[in-house]
Design a protein around this ligand. Structure first.
Ligand SMILES: Cc1cc2nc3c(=O)[nH]c(=O)nc-3n(C[C@H](O)[C@H](O)[C@H](O)COP(=O)(O)O)c2cc1C
Length: 325
């Protein structure tokens, strides 16, 4: 593998699915890729958990399903677990190792992980250097926010540091840690980072369509775009073919995608977890369905994959604008 490959992969993947913990597991990423997403990133893997051989972390690190290029994201803050975990991900088959520097969740940042890495730039530079040295031939990327808080915004400083220690590409979600997921994501922060570094920058935040993605690339000069929440229940957001369909065509397309997603979840997860995952994703899929309120009420109590499918089969064709799109 060659570190420069990242430029080629990004060019081939201008719009792709953003990592989302407990959603962007293998089946959902398969569906997103089938709908046209570029290469995907797994949900964050806690390096401490991986070092303990925690079952969920180990499963999330697997690359036994062909997803094309695969980025694996690590969450952590100490060399003791981050360095061996990065090595392990490469041995498992990760093409790219991505470091999470944006997770805003209190129980994560209070342990110094996620967005907390943006607060202590020298310590983070040391951590990234150690990881860089451990995996010298693998593209290493980071995903950052605009900063810790309104008063402490340092995306440009962090990006320059990252470039200096040998990070190969950066994703910017321009909200502060304090903002969590609220308010607007100011895209000008992405443009500031693009102007400050020579390595490729991926923009992220409030992109809801391919049109938005093109706008973000034009406005900020970013090399590619990640879509997060707008892809939940709408993996076809990546497909220009879907955009061009009429209501009837979209209904058939959606039915086909959701059916395939249910199949993939059923074959990938153990039974109990398959039901949980199917319900969670159907909650998102059903947001625009006619009669969704009733279906969602029913979904809540289901215990078997067969029953989940039965409820899905009750989905009715929307009548024109009633679909609420
Ligand atoms: C439920 C959920 C889980 C997320 N988990 C992760 C994660 O594991 N790693 C990460 O880098 N970002 C994570 N994010 C942030 C997204 O990748 C993305 O940066 C953010 O949602 C903004 O993009 P959007 O406006 O397109 O949703 C998560 C977001 C959500 C909503």
């Amino acid at each position: 593998m060659h570190r420069e490959s990242i430029r080629e992969w990004l060019a081939a993947s201008p719009v792709r699915l953003a990592p989302m913990a407990s959603y962007t597991n293998v089946p959902f990423r398969q569906v997103a890729v089938q709908c046209g997403s570029g290469f995907t990133t797994n949900e964050e893997i806690d390096a401490d958990a991986l070092a303990r051989d925690n079952a969920r972390a180990v499963r999330n690190a697997r690359t036994d399903v062909d997803l094309g290029v695969v980025a694996m994201q690590l969450l952590g803050c100490t060399e003791e677990t981050m360095v061996p975990s990065a090595l392990r991900l490469v041995e498992e088959g990760a093409d790219i190792v991505d470091i999470n520097m944006g997770c805003p969740v209190q129980k994560i940042v209070k342990r110094g992980k996620g967005a907390a890495l943006m607060r202590d730039v020298p310590a983070t530079a040391r951590l990234l250097t150690s990881i860089r040295n451990a995996i010298p031939d693998t593209p290493l990327t980071i995903k950052i926010r605009s900063g810790w808080s309104e008063e402490h915004q340092n995306a440009v400083e962090v990006a320059r540091m990252a470039q200096d220690v040998g990070v190969d590409a950066i994703t910017v979600h321009p909200r502060t840690r304090s903002q969590q997921y609220t308010g607007r994501a100011p895209w000008d922060v992405i443009a500031d980072v693009v102007a400050a570094v020579d390595i490729p920058v991926t923009g992220n935040g409030d992109v809801k369509s391919l049109h938005d993605a093109r706008r973000m690339m034009e406005q900020t000069g970013c090399a590619s775009v990640m879509i997060g929440r707008a892809a939940l229940g709408r993996p076809w957001v990546f497909d220009p073919v879907y955009e061009a369909l009429d209501d009837a065509g979209r209904f058939d397309y959606e039915t086909d995608v959701v059916s395939r997603h249910l199949d993939l979840m059923e074959s990938y997860f153990p039974r109990v977890e398959a039901v949980l995952q199917m319900k969670k994703h159907l909650m998102y899929y059903s947001r625009t369905w006619a009669g969704a309120r009733l279906l969602r009420g029913e979904l809540f109590d289901l215990k078997t994959t067969e029953r989940v499918r039965e409820v899905f089969s009750k989905r009715v064709r929307p009548i024109g604008e009633a679909a609420g799109r």
